[in-house]
Design a protein around this ligand. Structure first.
Ligand code: NDP
Length: 278
């Protein structure tokens, strides 16, 4: 089953994509990682998330090899490091990312987190890259509600397409205020570490609900974040077996009992909490 999420500009992407942090680091896993990413694209997980930071460019290189000859099939997302997010440095950083990825454009370019460069300057640098045709749109990552409100005050800040945030069953703070705020603006949220870096999959309740649905624990963890409107999940899978399991996450239909048990074990927030980040 494919579900689409729509950006404010009308562009649609699959709700389930692929993360790539820590991919491309070990030559012994390279073939398997390439096969996993390629299989994911075949299965419709065509949004691929990477960053210049990951393995100091090794993740982008691996992605570049996988998408060679099939660039148009994917929605390519990369991220600029905060220290490169200035008008002086961003264009070069983006050019290097494009080179490693073997492409001439990104579909989405994100500020990885807010550093010392003022957001005003970062927005201006993003606008220049859009004007140059190097990126189709831009967004942010790891910005809390107050930072998003500041961003909206900046000229051009409302063009921010997404906020990529830590979001999984064990980390639901964004459901209290940030997610509804984004939903009200048709700004999708990209949920990073949606499997809790794999740790959630050992939780007895998640395993129990998976058994009840003859499903995989990863599918339960992904379905739990994807049941919210405007959420895109980007699990990282290093094997074909794992990506195939993840691709079926949308087949699970939770009933009321599942939701109640999940909420009891992983309570939704009842008050504002500081943003969780990795
Ligand atoms: P995830 O929550 O996606 O978990 C990845 C772990 O889960 C890996 O150990 C993987 O193992 C395992 N896994 C994946 N699928 C399955 C499966 N079906 N069954 C069992 N285990 C499975 O963690 P990430 O932190 O990697 O988050 C996802 C992506 O989000 C990153 O790769 C990155 O692109 C992005 N991200 C962004 C951040 C930001 O600051 N903006 C911060 C962190 C992540 P295996 O590799 O063996 O398949």
């Amino acid at each position: 089953m494919t579900r689409l999420v729509t950006f404010a500009d009308g562009t649609t992407v699959p709700a389930l994509g692929q993360g790539t942090w820590e991919m491309g680091d070990d030559p012994a896993w390279r073939d398997e990682e390439q096969q996993a990413l390629a299989r994911g694209i075949d299965l419709g997980l065509t949004l691929i998330d990477t960053a210049e930071l990951y393995g100091d460019g090794r993740s982008e290189r691996l992605v570049g090899e996988v998408i060679a000859g099939r660039r148009d099939e994917v929605f390519l997302v990369s991220k600029v490091r905060p220290d490169n997010a200035s008008e002086m440095k961003m264009m070069l950083a983006c050019e290097k990312s494009l080179e490693r990825l073997g492409t001439d454009r990104l579909d989405l370019y994100l500020l990885h987190w807010e550093g010392h460069v003022p957001l005003e300057e970062t927005v201006e640098a993003f606008r220049e890259l859009v004007d140059e045709g190097m990126i189709a749109r831009w967004g942010v990552s790891n910005l809390d509600l107050r930072a998003m409100e500041r961003l909206m005050e900046i000229e051009g800040g409302e063009d921010c397409a997404v906020n990529q945030l830590l979001y999984n069953l064990g980390s639901r703070g964004v459901e209290f205020d940030l997610l509804p705020w984004m939903q009200a603006r048709d700004m999708p949220m990209m949920a990073y570490s949606p499997l809790g870096r794999g740790e959630l999959l050992e939780q007895p309740l998640i395993r129990d609900i998976a058994n009840r649905h003859s499903a995989d624990p990863a599918q339960v963890a992904l379905a739990a974040v994807l049941r919210h409107d405007g959420v895109i999940a980007i699990p990282k899978a290093g094997s074909v077996e794992h990506v195939e399991a993840n691709a079926d996450a949308l087949e699970i239909q939770f009933d009321l009992e599942d939701i109640e048990r999940l909420d009891a074990a992983f309570p939704p927030p009842t008050r504002e909490t500081p943003l969780d980040i990795i």
